[in-house]
Design a protein. Structure first.
Lengths: 214, 214
């Protein structure tokens, strides 16, 4: 998005969204502690007081709002119709997720790795909310109404592993190519479930259904 | 460790270690933002000014020192002789790691999950250092002198997955029992490598050696 010329009157919602987009762009390329409200004002082509009018809590409030807006966008990656074979659904969601990671790069790392001076239990809660949503989405696609602890642990472990893999992927200059990474992640998903299936009847039935589904 | 009676003269090192132990005990049961220097002084049975004399940077410095001391302890879990079959070595290291997690409980979660008001890029670097050390240990045991990106990614993913599993394990009232969790984690390790081996010759040779070794 290019900054709207200063003379055009934006609605409150448009203005807010313009400031968030400018902030996200900056947070995507710099750690939050290096981003100032002046930078955000400059990137959005507005005055610093205007940024403060929309985010009177200053940088902390802007950072949280930007994080929440990125989290919302990230959650859209999981929107996938409950139709067709399961593993291709997972592949499509991963494609969208990796495109998001690719686009947001550094900001995505900063967000997930924490270690920022503006990190608080609220920002951590936003990130954890995305993780929980991802797990819930997967369980709803797997159509397991009462997932047991071993199955839930396997899914949450895989989600964390996907996060780790995407951070490493960014570190490694986005190698291997996204489609190879995606296939590898899907295979890791099946392999992790297969290990759990050795001890857990619910997961065993699920793996059987997944494989039959292909 | 019980607090030493106030009348005994401790050496500088003993006193420092006494304060760190008291701090770790508190951080193990409360999020860092809820722990005050008064609490640490009380737990150690010393005056608040004494805590400040040792940690003039206040709570932030004490937290970092406690974290570093926990990280050192955690790294000792990885000390394992380069002898005998590989997977039992991994099992023994995991036993020590899970005993550490069991003992430090809440403090371990707070440490790994971040989201604390005293979290900074320095504390994140301490935690990342432990992760890197774990990966280096594993690679040295596997005797792979020049690990390629796919193998490294697999190992780092597994380490993150182990962290996630231990946090979930604490959340779930330490279920399943530690020895079952350990076996499951070892099997997840082998399964993750097997998936990577489908695309990576180096990992394929390694999996063959791992399995022959049993």
């Amino acid at each position: 998005m290019t900054a709207a010329p200063a003379y055009r009157r934006l609605s409150v919602e448009e203005r807010r969204s313009q400031l968030l987009t400018a902030a996200l762009g900056l947070f995507a390329h710099h750690p939050p502690e290096e981003v100032s409200l002046d930078d955000v004002a400059e990137a959005a082509g507005v005055s610093r007081p205007l940024v403060y009018r929309y985010f009177p809590g200053g940088k902390q409030q802007l950072y949280e709002a930007a994080l929440r807006s990125a989290a919302d966008e990230l959650q859209h990656c999981f929107d996938e119709p409950h139709e067709g074979p399961l593993l291709p659904r997972l592949s499509r969601a991963l494609d969208r997720y990796l495109a998001f990671v690719d686009e947001h790069g550094t900001g995505f790392s900063a967000l997930l790795q924490g270690g920022s001076v503006v990190e608080t239990s609220r920002t951590t809660a936003i990130v954890d909310g995305v993780r929980r949503a991802a797990a819930d989405h997967i369980l709803s696609h797997l159509e397991v109404p009462h997932p047991g602890p071993r199955l839930r642990m396997t899914i949450r472990m895989w989600i964390t592993a996907v996060e780790a893999a995407s951070l490493i992927w960014l570190d490694e200059g986005k190698q291997p190519p996204a489609d190879e990474l995606r296939d590898w992640l899907v295979e890791q998903f099946v392999a992790a479930l297969e290990v759990t299936a050795r001890r857990d009847g619910q997961t065993k039935a699920l793996v059987r259904a997944l494989v039959a589904d292909l």
